[in-house]
Ligand binder design. Structure first.
Ligand code: NZQ
Ligand code: ZN
Length: 384
């Protein structure tokens, strides 16, 4: 096992009607900014629950944080934070609202040009306190330090991380996910699955517990994912998916193990250039990345084949092919396309994305830094 430091300071309130608890989580004398997206929370009752919980607080709101949150939109919220002297941000939404709010929280206190946080790794020394009401289980952003923000002018989609933007608390009520459109249900399941794979499908470091945690998440998503479509009103299914997505990227399964993230880096560029949803890009890239990396990942793909998928691995090469095919079939089982051609895209994608990767210094990706630009190009060409 590799050395690691681990802390997850986000307090989770999980279950039905837990939104009411934000009342006691946010100091009563705080000036609160409630941030949200395009308005889904006004149709499904979440906005009302949040307003009721904040009835004794002074609060303002900022709407319109879009999917793949933009720097441009976030900076409008930063102006409001400064104008109203906000000292607590409550993000109510999916990964985009949470990520945007993390950036807002850091940018409001940042001395200098906030874009540098993303483009130049500018040091974050403090941030406004952040709490979350999660409405879409997918990213794990509700209890981690990461955020990804896009610049609409330059076609950049860049990540940053800081302990200062980790939410202090997050409310996870599985019932709020009933209103998700099917496309977003699929996005969430696939994103959580790929987060787990990026931290699991590398090479063995004898981290037995982390492996079994990861396998538990993968098996839960394999079992419950399709049920979110066949039994959309089943609370137990929604609850298991929601908790799996949080646990997939809250630091636990990634502690002390090598991590890959090559699929995500290609995916971010594809979203920046073509506007595909985050998880749509992952479902296209992962099966081909597994195939491209099948020799360096050999041991772990076989472990995944046997322990997660229950395959016979006596013929190792055949088992690896079957494991890759089963992964792609799982994505299809949750109504997620897996080919560039499903979005009317073709070979032209390879050149465009490789140029973006080069511009962002993504020339040696993966746990062994073996995914060169040529390999990324091969993955994309194989994904048509
Ligand atoms: O904007 P509203 O109207 O709320 O609608 C949203 C949005 O259109 C809708 N939605 C959310 N909850 C709903 C709902 N509709 C009905 N009922 C509900 N309960 O869903 C749409 C998509 O929301 P979004 O927040 O964009 O989705 P997701 O949670 O998948 O977040 C994706 C973003 O997170 C980043 C991605 O790159 C992408 O920008 N990620 C963040 C990570 C992190 N911070 O750790 C890691 C991930 O790998 C990922 O990169
Ligand atoms: Zn992701």
């Amino acid at each position: 096992m590799l050395n690691f430091s681990f802390a997850n300071p986000t307090k989770i309130h999980f279950g039905e009607q837990q939104i009411a608890l934000i009342k006691s989580e946010i100091p009563t004398d705080a000036k609160v900014l409630v941030t949200y997206g395009g308005g889904s929370i006004k149709k499904n009752g979440i906005y009302e629950q949040v307003s009721n919980a904040l009835s004794e607080h002074t609060w303002f709101e900022f709407a319109g944080i879009e999917p793949n949150p933009s720097y441009q939109t976030c900076m409008k919220a930063v102006a409001l934070v400064k104008e109203k002297q906000i000292d607590y941000i409550l993000a109510v939404g999916g990964g985009s609202v949470i990520d945007g709010s993390k950036f807002i929280a850091a940018a409001a206190n940042y001395e200098g040009e906030p874009w540098d946080i993303l483009a130049k790794g500018g040091e974050i020394k403090s941030a406004i306190s952040l709490g979350v009401v999660l409405t879409l289980p997918a990213t794990g952003s509700e209890s981690n330090t990461f955020s990804v923000v896009s610049n609409l002018d330059s076609h950049d989609k860049l990540p940053f991380a800081s302990p200062f933007v980790q939410p202090q608390f997050a409310v996870l009520d599985p019932a709020v996910t009933y209103s998700l459109p099917k496309r977003q249900v699929a996005n969430g399941i696939v994103d959580a699955f790929v987060h787990t794979m990026e931290q699991y499908l590398t090479y063995d470091v004898d981290a037995k517990l982390q492996d079994r945690f990861a396998e538990g998440i993968l098996m839960t998503l394999l079992e419950e994912g399709p049920k979110a479509f066949s039994e959309p009103d089943n609370y137990k299914v929604r609850a298991n998916i929601m908790w799996s997505a949080t646990m997939a990227l809250n630091g636990l399964i990634g502690a002390g193990v090598p991590q890959d993230w090559s699929t995500h880096m290609l995916g971010h560029e594809m979203t920046a250039v073509y506007g595909l949803d985050h998880a749509q890009t992952l479902a296209i890239v992962l099966p081909r990345m597994m195939a491209e990396q099948k020799e360096t990942k050999r041991g772990k793909i076989l472990q995944y084949a046997q322990r997660v998928l229950g395959l016979d691995i006596s013929d190792e090469d055949a088992a690896i092919e079957q494991a890759i095919a089963a992964t792609e079939a799982f994505f299809h089982s949750v109504n997620m396309p897996t080919r560039l051609s499903d979005y009317n895209l073709g070979e032209e994608v390879a050149d465009k994305i490789v140029k973006q990767l080069e511009r962002h210094g993504m020339t040696a990706l993966g746990e062994r830094e073996q995914v060169t630009l040529e390999k990324s190009r091969a993955v994309l060409l194989a994904s048509v």
